[in-house]
Write a protein that binds this ligand. Structure first.
Ligand code: SF4
Ligand code: SF4
Length: 373
């Protein structure tokens, strides 16, 4: 047997890129690649199906010559979410959230690398935490390079819920989204039918939000590739920064909280938010660190960011009764306080008040405005 001949045949076979220019076949490969690794839904957008969309649907912003995008969802662990909402375990869901997020980024890069080695120039995007630097406020405008949400809704990975989160048939909003941008021509998929969406305006996403980010009356809509999508208008994004950043999280009725031990009050008007955000970041700086977390570019210095909210996402289950149950878990599991070693603990609201009242003014000022009732 001529070994050299057979190796050269093999090499030729390895370089065989047949099927790599057929949109249908390439789309099937993308779907297979992602679902085999754990994606629960996959969809495809093209330049045509994204035409006329917001700037964050411009695929060429991240890859010159891009023609298509593959959008996908990976579910988070529902049991850990329940324990998080019930304030039984902060760490379990936080770890799951961080690892699924990292997995989504890796999965997007894996498909892009697979195609790059087949001669199709592609790019996998990070799951989260990458923002455009060329907007007026730079990174602090929190405008993504490409909106995973818009790609997911336009390609039928899920619907837009009233919350503005993408909600999926099987896992509700408890998914993290990923995107792969490619120069390949792929076969687009269509949005899911609005009639089939499980979002029934229950508004539990609003009720679970201590920041008031979502406007209770106004809707906003976007048109992408001739399809219109609507969800609640956003008020100042600094609202979510303050709560999702972990700086504060006490509900208005002071009976429950997010996993943040902060009790700083939310101003009513958006105009006051920037100043309050700055004051709260400074006041909370000396808090002992919470276990786990991750480095986020928007946090001051190398301060860690912890997952403390995402309530609007995590309670939005496809089953309405389960959504109600989760809301009950969240709002009847008390108020979080922080111990001197950094650990978090949920207490009954009255006990939490007492714990704060027993602190020295310096210690207390890390969590609330001293003198505020
Ligand atoms: S919580 Fe209710 S209103 Fe909000 S997005 Fe989910 S189903 Fe829709
Ligand atoms: S993540 Fe939390 S603060 Fe932000 S919108 Fe959702 S519920 Fe509100």
């Amino acid at each position: 047997m001529d070994d050299r001949q057979s190796l050269s045949d093999l090499a030729e076979g390895l370089m065989d890129h047949s099927g790599m220019s057929n949109p249908k076949q390439l789309s099937a490969v993308a779907r297979q690649f992602l679902t085999l690794q754990g994606a629960s839904a996959v969809g495809i957008c093209t330049r045509e199906t994204l035409a006329g969309g917001p700037p964050s649907t411009d695929l060429e912003y991240v890859l010159p010559g891009a023609r298509s995008a593959v959008s996908f969802a990976v579910p988070m662990n529902q049991k850990k979410i329940e324990r998080y909402l019930a304030k039984e375990s902060h760490a379990e869901h936080q770890e799951n959230n961080i690892s699924v997020n990292t997995f989504v980024t890796g999965l997007a890069c894996s498909l892009a690398d697979y195609w790059n080695q087949k001669g199709i120039v592609s790019r996998g995007l990070s799951g989260n935490g990458v923002y455009r630097q060329d907007t007026p406020g730079g990174m602090y405008d929190f405008m993504p390079e490409i909106s995973h949400r818009y790609l997911a809704a336009r390609s039928g990975v899920g619907w837009f819920g009233l919350s503005g989160n993408v909600i999926t048939k099987d896992h509700g909003a408890s998914v993290l989204l990923g995107s792969v941008i490619t120069t390949a021509e792929l076969e687009p998929t269509e949005p899911l039918s609005e009639e089939d969406s499980y979002c029934d305006d229950c508004k539990l996403c609003f009720a679970s939000c201590t920041s008031g980010l979502m406007d209770k009356k106004e809707l906003t809509s976007v048109v992408i590739g001739g399809e219109e999508f609507s969800f609640s208008e956003r008020r100042s994004y600094h609202r979510c920064d303050l709560v999702c950043g972990g700086f504060t999280g006490l509900a208005k009725n002071r009976k429950w909280s997010t996993w943040s031990p902060g009790r700083f009050e939310m101003p009513e008007s958006d105009e006051e938010f920037e100043q309050v955000l700055i004051e709260t970041i400074i006041a909370s700086e000396p808090r002992p660190p919470i276990a786990g977390g991750f480095l986020h570019p928007a946090m001051p210095g190398t301060r860690m960011l912890n997952v403390t909210c995402a309530n609007c996402q995590l309670l939005c289950h496809p089953d309405r009764d389960e959504r109600k149950r989760r809301y009950k878990l969240l709002t009847e599991s008390g108020v979080v306080v922080q111990n001197p070693d950094g650990s978090l603990e949920a207490l009954a609201p009255e006990q939490a008040e007492k714990r704060l009242a027993a602190m020295s003014p310096e210690e207390r000022s890390m969590y609330e405005k001293v003198g505020e009732e």
